[in-house]
Design a protein around this ligand. Structure first.
Ligand code: QLZ
Length: 179
């Protein structure tokens, strides 16, 4: 308890205009560049023998196409109020409690913890997150209209102690810029 180091907990999200993150249970868009970026940031570690963890809500887990889940090279944790406190099942940890999951991950060789969605879990994580990594998805006006969205990033309130990085990705140019 007293010699527990504060873990890095990073919210990672991709934002459409109007804070949109989802549509009809899935992502509102399909951008190979962003998918590659997501895989790279959530998988990469500095320390050999360590991996990162990705924590997601039960609905997000279910909407990930089967061929992509569990996310390879990362410890997958799925949260649901109907799950046990923290328990391995098949290819992932199930947990009912975000704080408990984060504490339990500290007993494993985990470098960073990424909160990957969706809306409910982002809301729950706002006061826990130490970092934000937000992809701002641009739609190139005339040609491309923003897609419909029905799920939103809840409240991106200002936390001075939290570091925020923004990456911009636009289609159809497929060029990513880090700012
Ligand atoms: N943050 C960022 N990008 C993504 C996610 C995130 C493809 C095939 C229904 N910057 N948290 C996510 C996410 C398919 C469906 C991944 C990366 C979850 C998007 O990968 O949710 C997915 C997700 C998904």
């Amino acid at each position: 308890e007293e010699d527990m180091e504060k873990p890095i907990v990073c919210i990672v999200a991709a934002l459409c205009p109007h804070m949109g993150i989802g549509y009809r249970g899935g992502l509102p868009w399909k951008l190979s560049q962003e998918m590659k970026y997501f895989r790279q940031v959530t998988t990469s570690t500095f320390t050999e023998g360590k991996s990162n963890a990705v924590i997601m809500g039960r609905r997000t887990w279910e909407s990930i196409p089967a061929k992509f889940r569990p996310f390879k090279g990362r410890i997958n944790v799925v949260l649901s109020r109907e799950f046990p406190s923290f328990q391995w099942e098949d290819d992932r940890f199930l947990s009912t409690d975000l704080s408990h999951a984060i504490k339990s991950l500290q007993d494993l060789p985990v470098e960073r913890i990424y909160i990957i969605g969706g809306a409910q879990l982002y809301t729950e994580s706002i006061d826990i997150a130490t970092h934000w990594l937000v992809t701002n998805i641009h739609f190139n006006s005339q040609n491309e209209q923003p897609p419909p969205v029905d799920t939103f990033l809840p409240r991106l309130t200002h936390h001075e102690e939290v570091s925020l990085s923004l990456i911009h990705i636009s289609e159809p140019t497929r060029h990513a810029q880090i700012s």
